[in-house]
Write a protein that binds this ligand. Sequence first.
Ligand code: C5P
Length: 468
Amino acid sequence: MTETRTTPNEAVGSGEALAREMAAPLAVLLAASTVGETRLPPGLAPARAAALATALGADSAADPARDGGMVIAGRGPGGLREPAAPLDLCGLPALVGPVCGLLAGQAVTAMVLVGTVPPGLSAVLEASGARVVAPGAGAHGPLAIAGRDAPMAQDRSDRPDDPPELAMAALCIGLTAPGETRGLLPPALAALAVDLFGAFGVPVAVTPQGARLCVAVTGQTETTPAALPDGWPALPAWAAAAPRPLTIAVDGPAAAGKGTLARTLADRLGLAYLDTGLLYRATGMAVRAAGGDPDNPGDAEAAARALDPTAIEPDALRGEDAGDAASRVAAIPAVRAALLDQQRAFARQPPAGARGAVLDGRDIGSVVCPDAPVKLFVTASVETRAKRRVLELRQRGQEGIESRVLQDMKARDARDSARGVAPLVPADDAVVLDTSDLDRDGALFGALALAGARLRAGPQGMGGPHTS
Ligand code: C5P
């Protein structure tokens, strides 16, 4: 018989499974150490959550305002009660790091039952000033943790091989540590940290670093109660709290993964999605279908003005002919002006009552939606993009010679970046996400982390050292 249990150390890629395991109990623990009432949405394993909160001295009750929801009234600061019985985390390996981290940053002494102590955890806890006793030669729990007020902040941003549970433990200690604590997390865990810590009023900044993100928290003596929305953690609290309509601009060069990212981001956040390249393609093809010439400004402008963005059929517009027609009409200023109105209308009033929109293109952050609160510039090394494009061509049954594609791509990059009208450059206040080392989920969660940090920081956070 084989047992397939994921332990934190085995987590790779975006870290999504680990983030899903950590989200609810971490929210409960933060609620328990925060003065005031935190509201948890339905579906977050209430029995287990309530037991954890109670063990730490918080009161929990059903939320009268939300069916299936729960209210946790914590007693911080430093309000965690010394648990009368050991906290049992034996079946919850993902939580050992963050729970021990939270305890180490609070002036309580607690016994925690763990199946296996993650290697290096005791050192992280002790580096914060906490005292740790680990019977059983350190490999097996229980751990007795004597935490402290105002623990020491740590910088683990130079440890690319840090197991996620150690980085998360350090960040959890950092929630109450004076100064800034930094740790490197896989994208899904970074997105969770940004969302959850931010929801409790802790300033969080994030910077992509290869396949991980560097998350920086600034410790607070008191956290503020969070209101977690229906659908959380899949729907981040920052997205539910954002002013409507929420516009996210996604720009970047070809084959950087921006289309896929923009689409998955929109799905995840319940936003409408507009691939603005399709507008240019549809305009070009409409001109041709009407017997006109895509280079003729009159024909092209009329087609652009008559375009209904909701009636576009993407599959019919993927071919080279549509791409060619698109690039011709895209060079005509009157077409750009007409499509500008369409794009702005879509962002202002997204279809089907969506709470906002994701627009992808080349000039969304700089020209179309300069006021978008979140602007992502998605890029990747030209070699990575050429490889992706070759793969894409081969999947469509077309031939792709890598050296040739690479050469073309370099030429197109130079042209796109240098052109006078709407050149391809990141807006000043855009955050750059390099997807060279990220898969699809990694890019999605990286974008969620960046977007969440940007929205929580507000306009004054723009252009700061951690966000651009
Ligand atoms: O992104 P896509 O390849 O579908 O775009 C097709 C063409 O439309 C591009 O080559 C570019 O000329 C034009 N375009 C543009 N501005 C945008 C999106 C696309 O000029 N925001």
